[in-house]
Design a binder for this molecule. Structure first.
Ligand code: XBP
Ligand code: MG
Length: 235
């Protein structure tokens, strides 16, 4: 195990409720009358990427709305507004890292492990989450940050993991990915990267067949435990 590749949403932090509320804030600003509650949002998480998620919602709840001539521009503006509200929540300190994540990052760095990021989220979201919670320097701790802007196709496709591995100059089996969702796991499986799934309230009942292991939290997770897990791959 030479590198840890961290997913962001649901892995570094439980961000999804802040994303959900930011979508709702944007819907209010645009006077659309749409409200995404937690049960609906759980279903909408089937699709990664905020713009794609809005389109998926409309396909299922208001297909006629998609016929508007300005639909592409509208989704773009809505998503920019959603990002503005999401960033405000991050900057207000409303989205802390998951317990155990900061210690794991520090331990990995101290042991000389490479750390990187593979996510589908908007670039400014990752940068703000890291700088608010770990300080400005933390952006340099990661050998590379694969975000939703680096490849055209998001998870569950493997592109972002392939991009990160290419940047790191590593083979998939030299890395361990940390994910929280089925889409993240499938992306890893397609890129042949071993994947530990650490679930959260939004993802705990998803199907994680194909993962190396499924754990409930990061509270007792150490580099030694991750190395022991990777060692089981050879058995
Ligand atoms: C997370 C996502 C993201 C966020 C929204 O998936 O699907 O799209 O929910 O972010 P993963 P944007 O953790 O697997 O990367 O609105 O910025 O797209
Ligand atoms: Mg995730």
């Amino acid at each position: 195990m030479k590198a840890l590749i961290f997913d962001v949403d649901g892995t570094l932090a439980d961000t999804e409720d802040a994303h959900r509320k930011a979508f709702n804030d944007a819907f209010v600003e645009f006077k659309l009358g749409w409200v995404w509650d937690s049960d609906l949002y759980k279903k909408l998480l089937k699709v990664t990427g905020g713009k794609q998620r809005i389109r998926f919602f409309l396909e299922n709840h208001d297909p006629d709305f998609l016929q508007r001539a300005d639909i592409d521009d509208l989704i773009l503006s809505l998503h920019q507004t959603k990002t503005k509200y999401f960033i405000a929540r991050l900057e207000n300190g409303q989205v802390p890292l998951r317990p155990g994540i900061e210690d794991l990052i520090h331990e990995a760095r101290a042991m000389g492990l490479t750390i990187a990021i593979a996510t589908t989220t908007t670039p400014v979201n990752v940068r703000t989450l890291l700088t608010v919670n770990l300080g400005k320097d933390s952006l340099d701790w990661f050998a590379c940050i694969g975000d939703g802007g680096v490849v055209p196709v998001l998870k569950p496709e493997p592109d972002v993991y392939n991009w990160v591995l290419d940047k790191l100059g590593l083979r998939p089996e030299e890395a361990l990915a940390l994910e929280d969702s089925r889409n993240g796991l499938i992306s890893c499986v397609r890129a042949s990267v071993p994947c530990l799934v650490v679930t959260n309230d939004y993802t705990a009942d998803q199907d994680f067949s194909g993962c190396l292991a499924q754990w409930p939290n990061y509270e007792d997770v150490t580099v030694a435990k991750l190395e022991a897990l990777c060692a089981t791959i050879k058995l």
